[in-house]
Design a protein around this ligand. Structure first.
Ligand code: PL3
Ligand code: FE2
Ligand code: FE2
Length: 229
């Protein structure tokens, strides 16, 4: 029995599977966009093409793995909902890619989205069904390497890209909090705790900002930007 959980979760109940159709859709769409974003990043950073293409392939595999999780529970993922869910975030990435703003693209995909995914997957693992738990545990290990790529590149060019990264942070954080509120009730139906996810995201994202060169003061300001209690 998992901490805080009074009754065992009925993974085949209608309310569980209804919420799962949206959350699974979000995860499939998120992995799909992560794939496309790394393909785009490989074009923006031809000197890292091999590594970025490898990361893109990992995302394509993640999507397939999570498809199996939905199938296992006999759930049809709500992909229309998921596209609406990601529309604003997707727009930010695409606009930046069209403008050649590599630092913005890396902040959005490799830092923000990956930290969000790691926080979400880590809070899902303890309440997942056995099949999905195994899959999510192996996916989350890959996501750390995606975060790492972004940290290394942004740290290397920190002085040149600092202002662009700050502007990208201001653009993306309010969107992230909105997305989180949007899935709150569905996550709850899966037994996930929003406050834990937020804590995990903020500490992970803050740590990443520190690795690339921001000061503690910058980190505190940036990692909670746009968050209202
Ligand atoms: C990057 O590799 C992937 C980006 C995916 C973003 C997913 C966000 C997830 C929000 C709520 C997910 C709960 C986890 C449940 C897993 C079936
Ligand atoms: Fe992924
Ligand atoms: Fe990833």
């Amino acid at each position: 029995m998992v901490q805080g959980q009074i009754n065992a979760i009925d993974f085949f109940s209608d309310p569980y599977r209804d919420a799962y159709s949206r959350v699974n859709g979000i995860v499939l769409e998120g992995e799909q966009q992560a794939y496309e974003n790394f393909v785009r990043l490989a074009e923006l950073l031809p000197e890292h093409k091999a590594e970025l293409s490898h990361l893109a392939e990992m995302e394509a595999r993640h999507r397939k793995s999570f498809e199996a999780c939905g199938r296992n529970l006999k759930v049809t993922p709500d992909l229309d909902f998921a596209q609406r869910f990601f529309a604003d975030l997707h727009g930010i990435f695409q606009h930046a890619a069209d403008a050649g703003q590599t630092a913005t693209c890396l902040l959005v995909q490799a830092l923000v989205i990956e930290c969000f995914a790691i926080a979400a997957y880590n809070s899902y693992i303890p309440v997942a069904d056995k099949f999905a738990r195994k899959i999510t545990e192996s996916v989350v290990k890959d996501e750390y390497s995606h975060l790492n790529f972004g940290e290394i590149w942004l740290a290397r060019f920190f002085e040149q890209v600092k202002e662009e990264v700050e502007a990208a942070n201001r653009q993306v954080m309010p969107v992230i909090w909105r997305m989180l509120n949007w899935v709150e009730s569905d996550m709850k139906a899966l037994g996930m705790v929003k406050a834990t996810l937020i804590e995990d995201f903020i500490s992970r994202y803050g740590e990443a900002l520190g690795h690339i060169g921001f000061t503690t003061r910058d980190i505190l300001r940036m990692s909670v930007y746009g968050l209202r209690a």
